[in-house]
Write a protein that binds this ligand. Structure first.
Ligand code: ZN
Length: 123
């Protein structure tokens, strides 16, 4: 039993207490989303702004279920706990924002590598 406890302590110290160094790494980012600091701030944001911001802009009212970083934490991790960088969104609007963000990163990456999308196959 003692051995089991020390294994968890070892994992806690060596994995969970290490500062996050790579925000593009899903595992490290997952630790942030599981932190008490994020969960508390998320709850506060949803109580401050219970309706989806994007839907409201479009004249409809829908309950928000997600809290989104306006400036992505991969772009600026220092803004991860900044409440002014948060917005409440419904699942649909959050998925659309994430999809657009991924698409623009793919485009950016292609631009950097100068890969042009194939429009016509040579026969
Ligand atoms: Zn919405």
């Amino acid at each position: 039993m003692l051995k089991f406890k020390s294994m968890w302590l070892f994992l806690y110290i060596n994995i969970y207490m290490k500062p996050i160094t790579d925000w593009t790494d899903d595992t490290q980012r997952h630790r942030f989303y599981n932190s008490k600091a994020w969960k508390d701030l998320r709850t506060l944001q949803l109580s401050n702004e219970p309706l989806c911001r994007t839907c409201m802009r479009n004249g409809t009212y829908k309950q928000a279920v997600d809290v989104d970083h306006i400036i992505d934490i991969v772009v600026d991790p220092l803004l991860r706990l900044e409440i002014s960088n948060l917005q409440s969104l419904c699942r649909n609007c959050h998925s659309q924002k994430t999809y657009k963000s991924v698409q623009s990163k793919i485009e950016e990456s292609r631009e950097k590598r100068k890969i042009k999308p194939v429009t016509k196959w040579k026969t």
